[in-house]
Ligand binder design. Structure first.
Ligand SMILES: Cc1cc2nc3c(=O)[nH]c(=O)nc-3n(C[C@H](O)[C@H](O)[C@H](O)COP(=O)(O)OP(=O)(O)OC[C@H]3O[C@@H](n4cnc5c(N)ncnc54)[C@H](O)[C@@H]3O)c2cc1C
Ligand code: FES
Length: 277
């Protein structure tokens, strides 16, 4: 019988130091046949394993429209991410996935898209941004609002530069007050304040938001004030997971398995979940 927990072997082709405590791995599945047939959708996640230390759950941060490499970004946190941090280019990790649902990008064609992210929350949003940009003509206005505590905490600086240079994308980067450094030419202010200042129009627009709970908590009333409906606001949940495929019950909230029914939900769906949200 096939073992559903058996990971693919993936080689770390490149490691990018995003911030002092956040890294990006560019991965290639070792089995050429599996690599050739591997596909996923924006918003899905995977389990990344260090042999002898366990597995960690991260989104797939690269876009499905750019299948050459699978990318993930992680903040060093507990045991597994510390073990991942010790690895080098050329090392092998376990990779299980893709798991979960995805952002309904096909259904949203013809709309404006506003991306709002904070800190490492740009990782799950980044795959959606690149996916939308690769299908640019299918969407109307694209706005990216991204914030971090300080300039040093901004992830994907090379991507931010690329998006800022695109004439048909409005990219606004902000750091918290006090987090600016010499030469900083972006905004200074918390993400909700900047969203209010930019005031993206809600009509025919979807918002994709991901970041620390406090950022989401204070951005939601701003989006509501701007006229966004709950159905048009999407986010991705990061509940603690183990199996990733609906078997262990670690991630469920009421009758909902975040690993299988999510991790992508709109706010109308989240309101239906028990109080812990
Ligand atoms: C769908 C999904 C996508 C994610 N994407 C990313 C990503 O792209 N980048 C990223 O940096 N992180 C992401 N996370 C969060 C990430 O999985 C955890 O923060 C990470 O596993 C913790 O690192 P660790 O494995 O080293 O911690 P562990 O050693 O496993 O745990 C350390 C401590 O933190 C607690 N803990 C660990 N994970 C969680 C959690 N999710 N919720 C609450 N408590 C927790 C543990 O119970 C333990 O006490 C995602 C989570 C989910 C579910
Ligand atoms: S993580 Fe095991 S059921 Fe969701």
């Amino acid at each position: 019988m096939e073992n559903i927990y058996k990971p693919y072997l993936a080689e770390i082709k490149e490691i990018i130091d995003e911030t002092p405590d956040t890294k990006t791995f560019r991965l290639q599945i070792k089995d050429p046949e599996v690599a050739k047939n591997f596909n996923f959708k924006a918003g899905q996640f995977a389990e990344y394993g260090v042999f002898g230390d366990g597995e960690s759950t991260f989104c797939i941060a690269s876009s499905p429209t750019r299948p050459e490499m699978i990318e993930c970004s992680f903040k060093v946190y507990g045991k597994v991410t510390q073990a991942l941090r010790r690895l080098n280019e050329g090392d092998t990790i376990g990779f299980r996935g893709p798991y979960g649902n995805w952002f309904p990008l096909e259904e949203q064609k013809g709309k404006n898209v506003v991306f709002i992210a904070g800190g490492i929350g740009l990782a799950p949003v980044r795959c959606v941004i690149d996916n939308v940009l690769d299908w640019r003509k299918d969407y109307k206005d694209v706005t990216i609002i991204y914030g971090a505590r300080s300039v040093g905490d901004l992830v994907y600086k090379y991507k931010l530069k690329e998006w800022k240079e695109m004439p048909d994308v409005k990219t606004v980067i902000t750091v918290d007050p006090g987090g600016e450094s010499d030469g900083w030419d972006g905004e200074v202010g918390f993400v909700p304040t900047i969203v209010e200042k930019i005031a993206p129009k809600a009509e025919n627009t979807i918002a994709v938001i991901c970041g620390p709970p406090v950022m989401i908590k204070f951005t939601m009333p701003v989006l509501k004030k701007l006229g966004f409906s709950d159905e048009n606001i999407f986010t991705t949940l990061e509940n603690r997971m183990k199996c990733g495929l609906g078997k262990c019950g670690r991630c469920n909230v009421g009758g909902v398995y975040v690993c299988k029914d999510g991790p992508v939900f709109n706010y109308a769906q989240l309101k239906e979940l028990p109080d812990e949200f």
